[in-house]
Design a protein around this ligand. Structure first.
Ligand code: BEZ
Ligand code: FE
Length: 286
């Protein structure tokens, strides 16, 4: 019989898992126990501090609803989401880099034709986004889908803002035979992640701001290829080097060009001047 002591705590608790039939689950339990115990040994929390930690996690859970995922925000702001993403998307052969999905993805956005606008309310500075989807050899991928979403110029997603029509600034596009895609939207702006809950309290007490640099979200996929969730970020944004969720990668920063040519604007169905971004995505075979 080995009773629990401060010295043997980790071994004794892990030993209770020997009946676990699932090897991966056993490994997860053992590693989580080892790291939690190591944290307690290093921090030596008072009972009051540990109660505060439990109360914090309780508030994180209580803040969650169908519209709000505070645990994802916690994972994002502690850099865990991006670390898990990096582990799962070690870059192969020059494929487009991935970044955090975030909590504002909504399945079921409308499929739209080439060049269509995802802005349902027309608010913001017009912007055209275009380019291609290719494989790692540079060959165009026909029939690739780009599921696109972004916040409005006020920094809110449709799901956060009753003044935006449902599915505003969302759409799904399909590449043509030459692998090309194009859509119109409005220039995104930087915005704070939801900071009126426990994660916001944590950021404040750490002396951190809650802002993300302006970006457009994409999930790009095609049959036979590994899908990626990524963003395009706007050059010059003041939050590029301090993104609250650590999502920025150099290769995902684009430079919007101001287009004044009225003939070009007319052919894009936009008023001049408008902003234009060009970006080619590269997918790895599954
Ligand atoms: C987003 O970009 O939509 C996002 C990502 C992580 C946390 C909050 C928002
Ligand atoms: Fe976002």
């Amino acid at each position: 019989m080995e009773l629990f002591t401060e010295e043997n705590a980790t071994r004794v608790v892990q030993a209770r898992n020997t009946g676990c039939k699932d090897a991966r689950m056993r490994q997860i339990l053992d590693v989580v126990i080892a790291h939690l115990h190591a944290m307690a040994r290093e921090l030596e929390p008072t009972r009051d501090e540990w109660s505060q930690a439990i109360a914090f996690l309780t508030r994180v859970g209580q803040m969650c609803s169908s519209q709000r995922q505070e645990f994802i925000l916690l994972s994002d702001t502690l850099g865990v989401s991006m670390l898990v993403d990096a582990i799962n998307h070690r870059r192969e052969g020059g494929g487009t880099e991935s970044t955090v999905l975030g909590p504002f993805y909504r399945a079921g956005a409308q499929r739209l034709p080439m060049g269509a606008s995802i802005s349902k309310d027309g608010r913001g500075e017009p912007m055209r986004v275009m380019g291609s989807v290719r494989d790692l050899d540079g060959q165009p991928i026909a029939g690739a889908t780009l599921d696109v979403w972004q916040s409005g110029p006020n920094g809110f997603y449709d799901v956060q803002d009753p003044n935006q029509p449902p599915f505003n600034l969302r759409g799904v596009f399909t590449t043509e035979a030459d692998g090309r895609y194009a859509f119109t939207t409005v220039k995104p702006s930087s915005y704070p992640i939801p900071d009126d809950g426990p994660v916001g309290e944590m950021l404040k007490s750490a002396g951190r701001h809650p802002y993300r640099p302006a970006h457009i979200h994409f999930v790009v996929g095609a049959p036979g290829f590994r899908p990626i969730a990524t963003h395009l970020f706007m050059v010059g944004d003041p939050y590029l080097d301090s993104d609250a969720v650590f999502g920025v990668k150099e290769s995902l920063i684009v430079t919007p060009q101001r287009v004044w040519d009225s003939a070009r604007a007319a052919s894009a169905g936009l008023p001049a001047p408008y902003w234009e971004i060009s970006y080619d995505f590269a997918l790895a075979h599954a």
